[in-house]
Design a protein around this ligand. Structure first.
Ligand code: ATP
Ligand code: NI
Length: 360
C-alpha cells in the first residue's frame, strides 16, 4: 500500500507518578490505523487500553505524563519528542493542547469514553448538546442539526428521541447516556472515532444494534475506528485488525483472522480460552491463570512469563521484541517461542499457569 496510515503510534509511553512508585501504564506501544479500518485494542482490565487511547488525544492529566514516543495523525504531530542533552523534550512541531482541542478532537477524531458523564454537561439538555456538537463540526442550520440529532439518537436505539431531546443527562440511565455519546461521535462525521468500551455496560441487543450502526457508518463514510474492548466477541464482529495488549505492551497484532485462527502469543491464546465464543463449549472456558502483576513493577524478561503456560528459563531474561510471525502480513507476536534458540535451549519453568494445571 502506498497510502499513509491515518494514525500512527510509535513507541508511546505514559506513566503515572505515585508517592514512591512509577506506574508504567503504557510502556512503549506502536500501531497504525489505516483509513477506513476498524482496529481493536483488546486486553484484560488494567492492561493500559484507556491510558493508551487517552494519550493519543493528549488527555492525560497529572499525575500522568506522556514520557516518550510519537503519535501522528494525517501529518499532524499529536505527540513528539526530541533529545535535549540527555533529556527528552516535546518537539517543536507538536500541536499544543489547545490546538488539539480546537482542531482535532471532535471534528477530526471523536472520542467516546468509558464514563459518559465525563463528556456530558449536566446543565444542558441532551438534545441541545448533541445538536451543538453536530453544528460545531458540520455546516448545518439549527433546524437541520436538530433533526440530524434526533435521527442519530434514534439510530443508537433511544426510544422516542423527539421527546427525550429535552431531557437532561441525569434523566437518562447509564446505558442511555453511553448511547448519546455514540450518537454525538457518529453525528459529527469525524474521520477517526476512538471508542473506549462504549458498549460494555449495554445489554447484548443494544450492543448488537450499535455494532451494526458502526459497520454502516464505516461503510458509508469510510470512518476509521479504534475500538477498545475486553470482549473478543466484539472484536470478531467488527474489527479488521487487532492489537492485543498486556501490562502496557502490545504482545500480538494481526488481522482478526490471524488472531483467532493462527494465534501466536500464549497470552492471546489464554484470552481466547477465557472468553465465551459461539464456536466453543462453555465447559472449556478457562480463566487466565494468576493475576496481572502491578504496572509499577512489571516482570523482568517477558512481562507475561509469570502466568504463561509455555514459559521457559529464557523468558525470565529476554524482553521479547515483536517478531514477524506472518508472511509479510504484519502479524507479529512478542514471544521468543518464535525463532529464538535461547527458548529452545532452556527448560520449562513453574508459573501460575503450570501450577494450576498440576493441581487439577
Ligand atoms: N490516574 C491514574 N493514576 C494512577 N494510575 C493510573 C491512573 N489511570 C490509570 N492508571 C493505571 O494505569 C494502568 C492502566 O490502566 P487503564 O485504565 O489504561 O487500563 P484498561 O486496560 O483501560 O483497563 P479497563 O479494561 O479496566 O478499563 C493501571 O495499572 C491503572 O491502575
Ligand atoms: Ni479502560
Amino acid at each position: 500500500m502506498t497510502d499513509q496510515p491515518l494514525l500512527s503510534v510509535d513507541g508511546l509511553k505514559t506513566q503515572f507518578y505515585a508517592e514512591d512508585a512509577v506506574v508504567r501504564a503504557v510502556d512503549g506501544i506502536s500501531f497504525d490505523v489505516e483509513p477506513g479500518e476498524i482496529v481493536g485494542l483488546v486486553g484484560e482490565s488494567g492492561a493500559g487500553k484507556s491510558v493508551a487511547v487517552r494519550s493519543i488525544v493528549r488527555m492525560i492529566a497529572s499525575p500522568g505524563e506522556i514520557v516518550a514516543g510519537e503519535v501522528t495523525y494525517d501529518g499532524l504531530t499529536l505527540v513528539g519528542f526530541e533529545t535535549d542533552g540527555d533529556e527528552l523534550v516535546p518537539r517543536s512541531d507538536t500541536l499544543s493542547e489547545s490546538a488539539i482541542r480546537e482542531e482535532v478532537r471532535g471534528n477530526e477524531i471523536a472520542v467516546v469514553f468509558q464514563d459518559p458523564m465525563e463528556s456530558l454537561n449536566p446543565v444542558y439538555t441532551v438534545g441541545h448538546q448533541v445538536r451543538e456538537f453536530i453544528q460545531l463540526n458540520r455546516d448545518l442550520s439549527t433546524a437541520d442539526a436538530t433533526s440530524e440529532a434526533i435521527d442519530m439518537l434514534r439510530k443508537v436505539g433511544i426510544p422516542r428521541p423527539e421527546s427525550r431531546y429535552d431531557d437532561y443527562p441525569h434523566e437518562f440511565s447509564g446505558g442511555m447516556r453511553q448511547r448519546v455519546l455514540i450518537a454525538m461521535a457518529l453525528g459529527c462525521e469525524p474521520r477517526l472515532i476512538i471508542a473506549d468500551e462504549p458498549t460494555t455496560a449495554l445489554d447484548v441487543t443494544v450492543e448488537g444494534q450499535i455494532l451494526d450502526l458502526v459497520a454502516d457508518v464505516q461503510a458509508e463514510f469510510g470512518t476509521s475506528f479504534i475500538w477498545v474492548t475486553h470482549d473478543m466477541g466484539v472484536v470478531a464482529e467488527i474489527c479488521d485488525r487487532v492489537n492485543v495488549m498486556y501490562l502496557g505492551a502490545i504482545v500480538e497484532r494481526g488481522t482478526v483472522d490471524e488472531i483467532f485462527h493462527d494465534t501466536k502469543h500464549p497470552y492471546t491464546e489464554a484470552l481466547l480460552g477465557s472468553i465465551p465464543r459461539t464456536d466453543r463449549e462453555i465447559e472449556t472456558l478457562e480463566p487466565i491463570a494468576g493475576t496481572m502483576p502491578a504496572a509499577t513493577d512489571p516482570p523482568v524478561g517477558c512481562r507475561f512469563h509469570t502466568r504463561c503456560p509455555a514459559a521457559r528459563e529464557a523468558c525470565r531474561t529476554v524482553d521479547p521484541p515483536a517478531i514477524d510471525v506472518g508472511e509479510g502480513s504484519g502479524h507479529t507476536a512478542a514471544c521468543i517461542k518464535h525463532g529464538d534458540d535461547a527458548y529452545e535451549e532452556s527448560s520449562p519453568i513453574e508459573t501460575a499457569a503450570t501450577v494450576v494445571s498440576q493441581d487439577e
